[in-house]
Design a binder for this molecule. Structure first.
Ligand code: GDP
Length: 317
């Protein structure tokens, strides 16, 4: 069994590859909920939705978020009424938020409503939120402390980041399926998807007890670098690394995760960094890591799982 930790876009891409090559009961994908927020009366979970739409093959490729074939009547009507339109909600996407909000108000956990929606969308593998308790990523920046979506969408990641805080994480419990996966004797490996380390992976690791449980896991922990040739494929990962004084390379990613990981998959363009990363005690595997197509996603997923198997064999020697 493989446990994958994922945020939105980069995470969803690799999770999709893993989901296509593994049997449904061989994969648990744990998704960041630090980006979640309440808006216009709805409970919105952007990363869970990106993963759901991607794994269901219904993601909006042109936009990079949301659902395919979207229309915007609700947004236009809202604008006409003078409502808040800085966070875009498409007509189809709206159904997800309505259902989730209704279920949560009814007393269901986020895990329960997520499970139901993924089943309806016919996604074979298990996808769960990192926690059923609220965790909110807060961005300490040159404009003060901003709630995540205020920083990310409203301010388009322009403010200079000084620090990140995961509000509520210390008191949040990992979701039941997450805890069970971390303690499962059948766990063969953990994959940290190429998600934003600060905005997607760290919030998951910050949930109470998760890092300690992860350190106890015997199986190899492998990350896939979201930084390729000194840049992020998408989003502010490189900008934030720079603002926090980190080296914007896959070596910087290796140092960020440190002894939490046993291996790092880096892009062929960064092959020259392999020796420096290995000198920090982290094994390296080099391949093309840009996932443009479904085929790329499955190729990288297969490569990553082979790397996990190799590390497991080396451990048992
Ligand atoms: P977000 O919540 O939508 O920002 O999504 P994630 O945190 O999961 O993904 C953003 C990160 O994914 C960025 O740092 C990107 O560099 C990385 N990423 C996106 N697509 C790819 C890809 O095809 N390959 C790799 N290696 N990284 C990617």
């Amino acid at each position: 069994m493989i446990l994958a930790l994922a945020g939105g876009v980069g995470g969803a891409r690799l999770a999709n590859g893993l989901c296509k090559i593994l049997d449904g009961d061989q994969l648990v994908v744990v998704v960041n909920t630090g980006d979640d927020f309440e808006h216009l009366g709805f409970s919105i979970s952007p990363d869970l939705d990106t993963v759901m739409y991607t794994l269901a093959g219904r993601n909006n490729v042109a936009l990079g978020w949301g659902i395919e074939g979207e229309t915007w009547n609700f947004m236009q009507a809202l604008e006409g009424l003078g409502g808040e339109t800085w966070f875009r909600l498409g007509d189809r996407d709206l159904a997800t938020h309505v259902m989730r909000t209704q279920a949560l108000r009814h007393g269901d956990s986020l895990s329960k409503v997520t499970g139901r929606m993924f089943q309806q969308m016919q996604v074979a593998c298990q996808v769960v939120p990192m926690s059923d308790d609220p965790v909110r990523t807060m961005v300490e920046c040159d404009e003060g402390v901003l709630a995540f979506q205020q920083y990310f969408v409203r301010r388009r990641c322009e403010p200079v980041v000084k620090a990140l805080h995961y509000e509520g994480a210390a008191n949040a419990r990992p979701s039941e399926a997450f805890r069970a996966a971390l303690q499962d004797a059948q766990l063969d490996g953990i994959v940290l998807c190429p998600s934003n380390p600060f905005l997607s992976v760290r919030p998951i690791l910050a949930v109470a007890g998760v890092e300690a449980m992860l350190r106890k896991v015997q199986a190899p922990v492998v990350a896939v670098s979201p930084i390729i040739a000194g840049a992020a494929v998408k989003g502010p990962a490189a900008k934030i690394m720079h603002e926090l004084g980190m080296e914007v390379t896959s070596l910087g990613i290796a140092k960020f995760y440190g002894d939490l990981i046993d291996g790092l998959v880096i892009d062929a363009q960064d092959a020259h960094l392999a020796a420096a990363i290995e000198a920090t005690g982290i094994a390296v595997a080099v391949t093309d890591t840009v996932m443009k197509s479904d085929r790329d996603q499955q190729k990288l997923a297969t490569f990553t799982l082979e790397f996990v198997s190799r590390l497991r064999r080396e451990q048992s020697r």
